[in-house]
Design a protein around this ligand. Structure first.
Ligand code: HH2
Length: 283
């Protein structure tokens, strides 16, 4: 299985690590650390040295209750970092919900649009459909970051996430976006309780029925804190365990802050003879 992107065809027969670069002052675990473009670029280089396969660059925090950021501000934060990161030669994704920024990022040569809003903003699908081959990650979210944790209710979280993602895939496919450009994400922590998140992890394999690779983002999230009792900066071990569990249950890409630790864990995984493809086929 491959993920077709603007400049790369990413081989997903081995689990891939997407390293997080937040150019925000207010992200929940690393806010303010990489808000300066030079610091963000140094961080990109470090993540590549540590073994990141993809760099995911974002300029708006989506933590519950985060303040929205204007287009102009988000542009100022991410465009210089995207441009410099692209020169490093690895696939680069932009984490945004804004179609205007998606279009500008693609014009710079960005590989992947990672949208927590699954291209639901007016015009977002048009931007992706107009591009010949960029990749896209469609994430499930109930509500929006301002309100999503207030009323997280599902009759069956897994089948509801599956239904919503299936409908989005159908819409994108109807717009001529090739299947191998699309990756799906259950959206850990986005309008979900701790129990919902772990149910999605336990039953993640059911989402493979959609026929698309899965991306999982557990890194340092509050569900890891709920289980370990640790603050965001001390959740590395818990996050690595969740990333491995996600890969065991069929995820092809893990989105993480702690690239070195995750890459080490996956190397041990590989030494044990396990692969994402093999785990996808096993029950
Ligand atoms: N999680 C966050 C942001 N973007 N994208 C995808 N595809 N999947 C995720 O789970 C996901 C995401 C939130 O985490 P982070 O970027 O660390 O924090 P913040 O939103 O506060 O910047």
């Amino acid at each position: 299985m491959f993920w077709q992107t603007s400049n790369h065809r990413i081989d997903l027969n081995w689990p891939r690590v997407m390293g997080i670069v937040n150019t925000t002052p207010d992200s929940f675990s690393d806010g303010g650390q990489f808000a300066d473009a030079n610091a963000a670029l140094d961080h990109c280089k470090r993540l590549i040295d540590e073994g990141a396969d993809i760099l995911d660059i974002g300029g708006e925090s989506s933590r519950p209750g985060a303040a929205p950021v204007s287009l102009e501000q988000e542009r100022r934060r991410v465009l210089p970092v995207l441009e410099a990161a692209l020169a490093l030669g690895r696939p680069v994704s932009i984490d945004t919900t804004k179609p205007e920024l998606m279009a500008q990022a693609l014009a710079l040569g960005v590989d992947i649009i990672n949208d927590i809003n699954a291209l639901n903003a007016p015009g977002a699908i048009d931007v992706v459909a107009a591009h010949r081959s960029c990749g896209v990650c469609l994430m499930h979210m109930q509500g929006d970051p301002q309100t999503m944790q207030a009323r997280a209710t599902y009759a069956d979280v897994v089948s509801q996430v599956l239904e919503v993602l299936a409908a989005r895939v159908e819409t994108l496919r109807g717009r001529g976006i090739a299947a191998d450009r699309i990756v799906l994400d259950p959206g850990i922590g986005f309008g979900k309780t701790v129990e919902h998140n772990f149910e999605l992890l336990r039953r993640q394999r059911e989402l493979l029925d959609l026929g698309h690779p899965l991306l999982a983002g557990w890194s340092r999230k509050s569900s890891i804190g709920a289980v370990t009792g640790r603050e965001a900066g001390d959740r590395v071990a818990g996050s690595v365990a969740a990333a491995l569990a996600a890969v065991l249950n069929g995820a092809s890409i893990v989105r993480v802050h702690d690239v070195a630790a995750t890459v080490d864990a996956l190397k041990v995984w590989r030494a044990a003879g396990l692969t994402a493809a093999a785990s996808r086929n096993s029950q």
